[in-house]
Ligand binder design. Structure first.
Ligand code: NDP
Length: 482
């Protein structure tokens, strides 16, 4: 049994009150670790360490900061196999996905923000021969970073890397459902050379440790990724203290296929968009909208592409879809399928042929439903599991109406060869991330975030670094003003 401790002030420490939370491998249902159950006093200890480390860290030169960030990226690359194995065990995600997509992206996040820092520039102006104006950005202090369980280290590092690059010190609260990689990451941060207190990780429940971090008066900046309901509570709490807040929340994303699209490609990408990571990615395309004239052909190809995805033991290299993250999440997703007033085209149950090791695991077949009413829980609410719906539309205006028909506005994927139409839709689809003839192709320089109830603010590019800094407009008058 592994013990996952807090990382505070450069050392592993247990929870102040000695509490623990069990950590379960969802593919087997077996508890394999326990993590420290952080409370407000652990958060306070971490915030005090981060406050003490701030004056020195915030004054490091760009070259020093860049070199530590790059060293950390290299160490993560060196430990990719180990981190991927832990991530797969902790979250039930396919090992191949963890090793080839998620952990490399953790390293890339640090490399990217090191490079962004190296290339950062601020505007300067003259308003007369002797008057200079420029922007001075100073780090905002201790940053609170709260991340979910679906892409545990990938999303944690997407916040921590820009915060550290900006010169802030950090207290991070990973999801207690998947705390394993964050613990190893903390240890590696020490090897990379971050001084004690610069990065602190506190495990624990959102309702205890998470909420204490959000409310802490010495943490002026909160970056949160998670569900919309939690995000709303955090926004209210932060508003009371005028904290700067970034919220990356849920999605119910449309995947829109027009008759002129490459139907083969659209169908295979629709399956990938719906079922990658068991549908537990905020960007998954869970509402597949198809122009009626190609619906029969598309549906047949979508079902074939789905059938070709192998659900199995996440530890096996050839598995495409692993387990869901926990028993409670499995029950929630299963209940959403059972309550849906539609026709199940495929899936809905436990997959056959799982190895003995996975007998007690939380597996669900990829599930596609159709004939649902336009408004029902499955169409309106984020399920966050391997579940998608298919619906026909007759023309572009109906496609647009359906695409925008939920309170969410995170991502949309539009498939058409008509570039005029694509351009029209880019202007009208209510989403923060829009793909044309693609899904999940990202460039870290572009803004990332949601419209409507999918969030507030944008991550990505230099904006992520600026989020953690306070800009000041500075004016310098030179010479004798008389
Ligand atoms: P939650 O909102 O339940 O939790 C996210 C994190 O916040 C966890 O660390 C959680 O801790 C913590 N937390 C919970 N309650 C509070 C609170 N009151 N104060 C402070 N922190 C709290 O989300 P899930 O972990 O269930 O993650 C899934 C959600 O994340 C989905 O809705 C998904 O769409 C969204 N998401 C959004 C992304 C985006 O970029 N827009 C990307 C990925 C996911 P604990 O685990 O202990 O509850």
């Amino acid at each position: 049994m592994m013990d996952l401790l807090h990382w505070i002030d450069g050392a592993f420490v247990p929870a102040t009150n000695g509490g623990w939370l069990p950590v379960t491998e969802p593919a087997t249902g077996q508890t394999f670790a326990r993590c420290a159950a952080g409370t407000a006093s652990d958060i306070d200890r971490a915030v005090q360490a981060a406050r003490s480390a701030f004056p020195t860290w915030s004054q490091t030169t760009t070259a020093e900061r860049v070199s530590i960030l790059e060293r950390f990226a290299a160490l993560i690359d060196d430990h990719c196999d180990e981190l991927a194995t832990l991530e797969s065990q902790d979250g039930g995600k396919p090992i191949a996905r963890a090793r080839s997509v998620e952990i490399p992206r953790v390293a890339e996040n640090f490399r990217f923000f090191a490079s962004a820092l190296r290339h950062e520039h601020n505007d300067a102006f003259t308003s007369g021969p002797n008057v200079l104006h420029w922007t001075h950005r100073r780090p905002r202090g201790v940053a609170g970073c709260i991340s979910p369980w679906n892409l545990p280290l990938y999303l944690l590092s997407w916040k921590v890397a820009p915060a550290l690059a900006a010169g802030c010190t950090v207290v991070a609260k990973p999801s207690e459902v998947t705390p394993a990689t964050a613990t190893r990451f903390a240890e590696l941060s020490g090897e990379a050379g971050f001084p004690p207190g610069v990065l602190n990780i506190v495990h624990g429940l959102g309702s205890e440790a998470g909420s204490a971090l959000v409310r802490h008066p010495d943490v002026p900046t909160i970056s949160f990724t998670g569900g919309t309901t939690t995000g709303r509570d955090i926004a209210v709490s932060c508003a009371k203290q005028f904290k700067r807040t970034s919220l990356e929340l849920g999605g119910k994303n449309p995947f829109v296929v027009f008759a002129d699209a490459d139907v083969d490609r659209a169908a295979s990408e629709a399956a990938r968009a719906a079922f990658s990571n068991s549908g537990q990615i905020c960007l998954c395309g869970s509402r597949i909208l198809v122009e009626s004239s190609v619906l029969p052909e598309f549906q047949e190809k979508l079902l074939a592409a789905t059938a070709a995805m192998r659900v199995g033991d996440p530890a096996e290299e050839t598995t495409h879809i692993g387990s869901l993250v926990s028993e409670s999440h499995y029950l929630k997703v299963k209940q959403a399928i059972e309550a849906a007033p539609g026709t199940v085209l495929c899936g809905g149950g436990r997959p056959n042929g799982l190895p003995d090791r996975c007998r007690e695991g939380w597996f669900l077949e990829p599930t596609i439903l159709t004939n649902l009413p336009e408004s029902c829980a499955l169409e309106d609410e984020e399920v966050f599991g391997p579940v998608a719906s298919v619906r026909a539309f007759s023309d572009e205006s109906e496609a647009l109406r359906l695409a925008n028909a939920t309170p969410y506005g995170l991502a949309a994927s539009v498939w058409t060869k008509d570039l005029d139409r694509a351009h029209r839709l880019v202007q009208r689809v209510e989403a923060g991330v829009i793909w044309i003839n693609a899904w999940m192709v990202r460039d870290l320089r572009t803004p990332f975030g949601g419209a409507k109830q999918s969030g507030l603010g944008r991550e990505g590019g230099i904006e992520s670094v600026h989020f953690f800094q306070e800009p000041a407009g500075v004016t310098l008058r030179l010479g004798d003003p008389s």
